[in-house]
Design a protein around this ligand. Structure first.
Ligand SMILES: Cc1cc2nc3c(=O)[nH]c(=O)nc-3n(C[C@H](O)[C@H](O)[C@H](O)COP(=O)(O)OP(=O)(O)OC[C@H]3O[C@@H](n4cnc5c(N)ncnc54)[C@H](O)[C@@H]3O)c2cc1C
Length: 408
């Protein structure tokens, strides 16, 4: 590719870092600049609510590469630097410090920011969110033996924090607005299994509970629910979802919806600007619809696919979504992103801690959640991806191997 200004990536998180690496690996020899608002080199976020909270140790293990890597590969990594605006007509990114950077092609990998609690007391000291290394390291000292931790939000992040806090001996209460944990992303049956696991480990789970305010004299003391119930707390962790950082794209006139709209190549409504990772509302050819995913696999594989498209021959990014979570001794993996299903089929005994729950529609599976069954993920993915007709009885029959059913 003729090189002038080169490739610019806004966002030095997982997707941005992986994309820069993939451009070099694809043989691109021009300039690559990564603009990252955080002070850290690109890193993976899954450990932030797990290992980094539950155990001592520095954040280096989460880095995609050590700092030297970027110098060695001539990737111009600008940390603690924020992009303020994109000027598509002039092909410029304007930085907050007033500088301007020209690009041939631009990637938006700005991820998401946490949704903030808006009730009275939400700004008290001791109210935490978990999105960055710094967030995680700021929370960790509060998770000591005997500490009382209130987790607001029973989604994946909240539940992972709850498990990490219990591992450190803290008393944990999870406050969830919906009738079940994980309500936004899974079937109630899956949420119920996960809630039972937490209860077995001593986590107190309150569902259908809404936070009215947080009381404290400068520092968190208690969480008050709308029904009057009060939870004494030394620290509060809020995990109520993220908002995609799409404003910079919207202000540049790019099409946005739930994120920056992109096609299966990652291309936005401007053919020289691409979007990946948590911020991308991209067309997924396997699902046949647009989707915005918040997962490691999408940040990783989407970034690599789109980076290659930017510097080489375009190929669609077409993968069945995949997500995992670790809580206590549970490794949970999800294949697909079903938005509707008409019934569930359970394979294995949920009480044993090992099973697969299939989300069925008509004669095939549209999703699967595996509990401590990581090795079954491949056939689960195949079954969902190919929409292969399979009977409920066969799926539930542990005498039949999933890989045989997937192959047919
Ligand atoms: C605590 C936690 C645990 C998780 N656990 C799991 C898990 O177990 N399994 C799983 O599949 N997924 C998990 N995820 C999700 C996964 O980590 C994310 O989907 C992934 O990090 C998204 O990568 P990204 O690069 O799109 O966004 P991010 O990693 O958020 O990176 C975006 C970066 O862009 C920067 N930025 C934003 N705007 C600008 C700007 N204007 N200028 C410069 N820089 C900017 C941000 O500061 C940030 O550093 C977890 C996420 C979190 C937060």
């Amino acid at each position: 590719m003729a090189d002038g200004a080169g490739m610019v990536i806004i966002g030095g998180g997982h997707a941005g870092g992986r994309a820069a690496e993939a451009m070099r690996q694809a043989g691109y020899g021009g300039a690559i600049t990564v603009i990252g608002a955080e002070p850290h080199v690109p890193y993976e976020r899954p450990p932030l609510s797990k290992e980094l909270l539950a155990a001592d140790g520095g954040p280096e293990k989460t880095f995609l590469h050590p700092p030297d890597y970027y110098r060695e590969t001539a990737i111009d990594l600008r940390l603690s630097t924020r992009a303020a605006a994109i000027d598509p007509a002039a092909r410029l990114v304007r930085l907050e410090d007033g500088a301007a950077l020209a690009y041939d092609k631009l990637m938006i990998a700005t991820g998401g920011r946490v949704r903030h609690l808006s009730c009275p007391g939400a700004d008290l000291t001791g109210v935490h969110y978990i999105r960055t290394i710094d967030d995680s390291l700021a929370l960790r000292p509060a998770l000591h033996d005997g500490a009382r931790i209130a987790v607001i939000g029973g989604g994946f992040i909240g539940l992972e924090v709850a498990a990490s806090a219990r591992a450190r001996g803290a008393h944990v209460t999870v406050v969830e607005l919906a009738d079940q944990v994980l309500a936004r992303v899974t079937d109630p049956a899956v949420g119920d299994l996960v809630a039972r696991l937490h209860k077995r480990h001593g986590v107190h789970i309150m569902t259908g509970a809404s936070v009215e305010r947080i009381n404290g004299n400068g520092k968190v003391a208690e969480v008050v629910c709308t029904d009057g119930e009060t939870i004494a707390a030394d620290a509060v962790v809020v995990g109520i979802g993220i908002l995609p950082n799409q404003e910079i794209a919207a202000e540049a006139g790019l099409e946005v919806a739930d994120g920056v709209v992109a096609d299966e190549y990652g291309r936005t409504s401007d053919p020289d600007i691409f979007a990946v990772g948590d911020v991308a509302d991209h067309f997924n050819p396997v699902l046949g619809r647009r989707v915005r995913l918040e997962s490691w696999a999408n940040a990783q594989n989407g970034a690599i696919a789109v980076a290659r498209n930017m510097v080489g021959a375009p190929a669609p990014y077409a993968e069945l979504p995949w997500f995992w979570s670790d809580q206590f001794d549970l490794n949970l993996q999800v294949a697909g992103a079903p938005d509707h299903w008409d019934r569930l089929v359970t394979r294995g005994d949920p009480d044993s801690g090992t099973c697969v729950i299939f989300y069925m529609e008509g004669d095939h599976a549209v999703g699967a959640t595996a509990f401590n069954q990581g090795r079954e993920m491949r056939p689960c993915r195949q079954l969902v991806e190919t929409a292969k007709p399979v009977s409920d009885a066969d799926l539930a029959d542990e005498g039949l191997r999933l890989r045989d059913l997937a192959r047919g």
